[in-house]
Design a protein around this ligand. Structure first.
Ligand SMILES: [Zn+2]
Length: 265
């Protein structure tokens, strides 16, 4: 039985200099709930009034849309439990602002606003490859691919900790969903993948750094990959899923980190 783990969930963040800086009111570095080895595991939170608006590409099938909505609702349940308000409100969008013709790495042309998220179906192999989300291998059965990515644009200057989120989109490639090394995974992982990406959209980086050396303030996943009981391994925000793995619910660690970004002052 293969237990090969593949990296398949990603986050890209671009920063650009701020011309009118204002400090964020969150300081996860001082959050008492997390230990030092996750102190660098945050990006800019959504700072606008909740709920943030969510538009879902109408090209997804009704079933895919239903599962995508479930991913957002996992976080809404947490928001309601903690602050009695939902983080997200799904909009009834019959059309989406075009994104396919823009450069996905260009923040200027990205559609969006600080209080909205657009979820796009992006099945173009060319674009997916250009975003480094397909890692080709000599053995075609070993192609490592990522089914989804959250692209975020933040404005930051030197004195700011996390900066300010300007806009963000989630891209999902259904050609790589529910597949491990090109073969069907044993279970439907759509909700697991979307819930993970929504965690990124709230400003959470991975629970540990994938493929990196340890840094005192952000532990490498290499240290915990083989420890199934580790809270960062069990987290939704762990960077990968194995085949047959379903992770649809927030772990204690996911909640603690989200509390650091969205705690009541
Ligand atoms: Zn990820």
């Amino acid at each position: 039985m293969s237990c090969r783990r593949i990296l398949f969930l990603s986050l890209l963040v671009w920063s650009f200099p701020s011309c009118s800086p204002h400090k964020t009111n969150v300081d996860p570095v001082n959050c008492p709930l997390i230990s030092h080895d996750q102190k660098d595991s945050f990006e800019a939170p959504i700072q606008e009034e909740f709920p943030a608006k969510v538009w879902i590409d109408p090209r997804f099938t009704a079933e895919q849309r239903r599962l995508i909505v479930q991913g957002f609702e996992k976080w809404n349940a947490f928001g309601q439990e903690k602050e009695h308000k939902a983080f997200f409100e799904i909009q009834n969008a019959s059309s989406m602002v075009d994104f396919a013709s823009t450069d996905p790495t260009d923040c200027q042309s990205m559609p969006g606003s600080p209080d909205s998220i657009r979820v796009y179906l992006e099945n173009s192999e060319e674009r997916w490859t250009s975003l480094h989300l397909v890692e080709k291998n000599d053995d075609p059965t070993k192609v490592v691919s990522h089914p989804a990515i959250t692209l975020r644009c933040t404005v930051r200057n030197d004195t700011e900790n996390l900066g300010n989120l300007e806009k963000q989109v989630i891209l999902i490639n259904t050609n790589y969903l529910n597949k491990i090394n090109g073969k069907p995974s044993g279970v439907d992982q759509t909700v697991s993948v979307v819930t993970h990406e929504v965690g990124h959209s709230l400003g959470l980086k991975h629970s540990c750094q994938a493929g990196s050396n340890d840094n005192g303030n952000y532990i490498s996943c290499n240290n915990i990959n083989s420890n199934a009981a580790h809270p960062y391994r069990k987290a939704l925000m762990f960077p990968s899923l194995t085949s047959n793995e379903v992770k649809e619910d927030l772990s204690t660690n996911d909640k603690e980190r989200a509390n650091c970004l969205y705690r009541n002052e």
